[in-house]
Design a protein around this ligand. Structure first.
Ligand code: CA
Length: 222
């Protein structure tokens, strides 16, 4: 999934970016509130990790603007240890969760997984479509009970389609989930991943809607 990290502390931002990439996410990292506001207007993220103390525009203002635009994007705020008021104000402004610095990267990843899952309307931690099960935490996929070996990008494409069962995702939407800024998008890469997914799982799982995109039809859900 594609995550926006908003953090002005270079060391911490770097650590968060590295940790989330390791969890298989595409990560964009910005260091002030104005850049964050622009990024949120321009790009389709799955979630935001938002520091509150930021240059140019505070995290709370970024959050306010986001919610004023009626966005339901999951937001996890980062706050300092001694600022209970910040946390309360953040949650009241529309944050979905918070972590107090310093925090554990594993916990940040787990909280983001939960937020993304809930935002997609899935309460269970494991996504299931027919005989295909995808576990975001374990980063593994089973088909008919047997593990299937997927690359990190194949996993991301499958997860995006499973989170949007019955909805068509365009090639551009899938590319957005695979690539952060500055990464070169290889041509036909989505088609190749879809091809591999059909081969490794089963051909009719993912349908091609010519000229529009790809979907897992709703009638495939058990
Ligand atoms: Ca800060």
């Amino acid at each position: 999934m594609r995550i926006l990290v908003v953090e002005d502390d270079a060391l911490l931002g770097d650590a968060i970016q590295a940790g989330l990439k390791q969890s298989g996410h595409a990560v964009d990292w910005v260091r002030d509130g104005v850049q964050a506001d622009h990024a949120l207007l321009a790009e389709p993220y799955a979630a935001v990790v938002l520091d509150l103390g930021l240059p140019r525009l505070s995290g709370l203002e970024v959050l306010q603007r986001l919610r004023q635009r009626q966005s339901t994007l999951p937001v996890l705020i980062l706050t300092a240890r001694d600022t209970v008021e910040d946390r309360i104000q953040g949650l009241d402004t529309g944050a979905d969760d918070y972590l107090v610095k310093p925090f554990d990267m594993g916990e940040l990843s787990a909280r983001l997984r939960a937020l993304i899952r809930r935002a997609s309307g899935f309460a269970a931690p494991v996504l299931q479509v027919g005989a295909v099960e995808l576990d975001p935490a374990g980063h593994c996929v089973n088909y008919q009970g047997a593990p299937v070996d997927l690359s990190s990008r194949e996993f991301t494409v499958l997860q995006a389609l499973m989170l949007n069962v019955g909805r068509v995702l365009s090639r551009a939407q899938l590319e957005d989930k695979l690539y952060a800024w500055g990464q070169e998008v290889e041509s036909n890469t989505v088609e190749v991943h879809i091809h591999h997914l059909r081969r490794k799982l089963y051909p009719s799982l993912i349908e091609t809607i010519r000229g529009v995109g790809y979907l897992i039809p709703r009638d495939k859900v058990v």
